[in-house]
Design a protein around this ligand. Structure first.
Ligand SMILES: Nc1ncnc2c1ncn2[C@@H]1O[C@H](COP(=O)(O)OP(=O)(O)OP(=O)(O)O)[C@@H](O)[C@H]1O
Ligand SMILES: [Mg+2]
Length: 270
C-alpha cells in the first residue's frame, strides 16, 4: 500500500521574544492511502501545527512532509492550489460564512478554483445529498444546528472531490450523539469514496471508533503510534494509557476488558 501522507522527521520551531519554542520535535509516521489515521494529544501538543503542514498552511523547520509523494513546502503557488483541491480540511467550528446560504458556502472552494457554473451546481447538490442536507440549500448557517453546520463544513470540504480529508477536532463542540452521526458520516466518506482521513482530536473514543491507526503526541513528540487495536490492547506510553483509561476503566481486566475494547474499537480482532 502506498502512503497518502508521510511525516519524515518533522520539527517545527516557532521563534518568540522570550526564546524559541519547539512545537514539534522529530515526528515521523505515515498514513496509508485509503486509511483513517487518528492523532491524539493534550492541548498544545502540536496537533494543529502538524495537520496544517499537510496542506502547506505551515512548513517544517526541518524534516519534510510528503503528500502523495510531494512536499507542499516545495510547490509553486499554482501547484499548491492544485494540492488544496486534493487535500480538504474540516475544522472544529465549521467556519461558515454567515451571510451566504448553505449552497453558497459549499460552493466556495469550487468558485475559488473558477469551476464552471454547471460543475458548481452539480457538485453542490451531490455533496449536500451526501451529508443529508439537500433541503437546507437555501438556508443561512444560523438556521442550522451545530451538527448540521458541521455537515455543511464536511460537504464544503468534499466539493472539490479530494483524496485526503484533514479533520481538526471536528466533533469537539458537539454532543455525544451528534458526534456519533458525524463519525458515521466520516466513516462512509472513507469507505464509500475511498478518501483517506487524517483526524486529530483529544477524544480517544473518536479515534477508536473511526481510525485504523493512531499516533499519540505529547509536547511535540510522537510517543506512540500503531494500529488502533494494538495500541488499545497494550498501550506503551503513560500518556496513551491515560487516554485509554478515559474510555476503558483501568480496574477492568480479563475478558471484560476485551469485550469492552471489542465494542469500542474498529477492527479489534484483526
Ligand atoms: N504561529 C505560532 N507562533 C508561536 N507559537 C505557536 C504558533 N502556532 C502554535 N504555536 C504553539 O505551538 C504549540 C502547539 O500548538 P498547536 O495549535 O499545534 O496545539 P494543539 O495540539 O492543536 O492544541 P489544541 O488541542 O489546544 O488545539 C502551542 O504551545 C502553541 O502556542
Ligand atoms: Mg489544535
Amino acid at each position: 500500500m502506498t502512503d497518502a501522507v508521510v511525516f519524515d522527521h518533522v520539527t517545527k520551531v516557532f521563534p518568540g521574544r522570550e526564546g524559541s519554542f519547539t512545537a514539534l520535535d522529530d515526528v515521523s509516521f505515515a498514513v496509508p492511502d485509503g486509511s483513517v489515521a487518528g492523532v491524539v494529544g493534550t492541548s498544545g501538543a502540536g496537533k494543529s501545527t502538524l495537520i496544517r503542514m499537510v496542506n502547506g498552511l505551515e512548513t517544517p523547520t526541518s524534516g519534510a512532509v510528503r503528500v502523495h509523494g510531494r512536499n507542499p513546502a516545495d510547490l509553486s503557488t499554482s501547484e499548491l492550489r492544485e494540492l488544496r483541491r486534493q487535500v480538504a480540511m474540516v475544522f472544529q467550528s465549521s467556519n461558515l460564512l454567515e451571510t451566504k446560504t448553505v449552497a453558497e458556502n459549499v460552493a466556495t472552494p469550487l468558485k475559488l478554483v473558477k469551476a464552471s457554473k454547471s460543475e458548481i451546481a452539480r457538485r453542490t447538490s451531490e455533496v449536500l445529498e451526501m451529508v443529508g442536507l439537500s433541503d437546507r440549500a437555501d438556508h443561512k448557517p444560523r438556521q442550522l444546528s451545530g451538527g448540521q453546520r458541521q455537515r455543511i463544513g464536511i460537504a464544503r470540504a468534499l466539493v472539490t472531490d479530494p483524496t485526503l480529508l484533514l479533520c481538526d477536532e471536528p466533533t469537539s463542540a458537539l454532543d455525544p450523539i451528534t458526534t456519533n452521526q458525524i463519525l458515521d458520516l466520516l466513516r462512509n466518506i472513507n469507505e464509500e469514496l475511498g478518501v483517506t482521513v487524517l483526524i486529530i482530536t483529544h477524544q480517544i473514543d473518536v479515534v477508536a471508533r473511526l481510525a485504523d491507526s493512531l499516533a499519540v503526541l505529547s509536547e511535540g513528540r510522537l510517543v506512540e503510534s500503531g494500529p488502533v487495536a494494538k495500541v488499545f490492547a497494550n498501550p506503551q506510553h503513560e500518556l496513551t494509557r491515560k487516554f485509554v483509561d478515559t474510555v476503558i476503566p483501568p480496574e477492568l481486566d480479563g475478558s471484560a476488558r476485551k469485550e469492552l475494547s471489542r465494542a469500542l474499537v474498529k477492527n479489534y480482532e484483526v
